[in-house]
Design a protein. Structure first.
Length: 97
């Protein structure tokens, strides 16, 4: 991590991190869309077991990084909910062709 000397410099670095976060979320979403093509039923799209495993894993990582696990939990649940919706759309579109 860069040691910033001014408020403006720190904000510039935060903006760079924010852009990377958005790019990583987009990358994750692209993989979610690919996954839709491997599933055979709508019920497979939202796997409560998979969601539970992801949440457990990211909470543990948050703790390792000294982040509030509830923050990461809530962020991921929101992201997963939205991505499940896009996966359902992708799944339905893939089955049409």
């Amino acid at each position: 991590m860069k040691k910033c000397e001014t408020l403006q410099e720190a904000r510039v670095e935060i903006d760079k991190v924010d852009e990377k976060i958005v790019e990583l979320v987009a990358l994750r979403n692209n993989y979610i869309k690919q996954i839709a093509h491997f599933k055979t039923t709508i019920e497979e799209v939202k796997s409560d077991e998979r969601i539970s495993n992801v949440i457990s894993r990211v909470r543990a990582k948050a703790i390792d990084l000294d982040l509030p696990p509830n923050l990461i939990n809530d962020m991921f649940l929101r992201m997963i909910d939205e991505m499940v919706e896009s996966e359902i759309v992708e799944f339905k579109n893939a089955k049409i062709f």
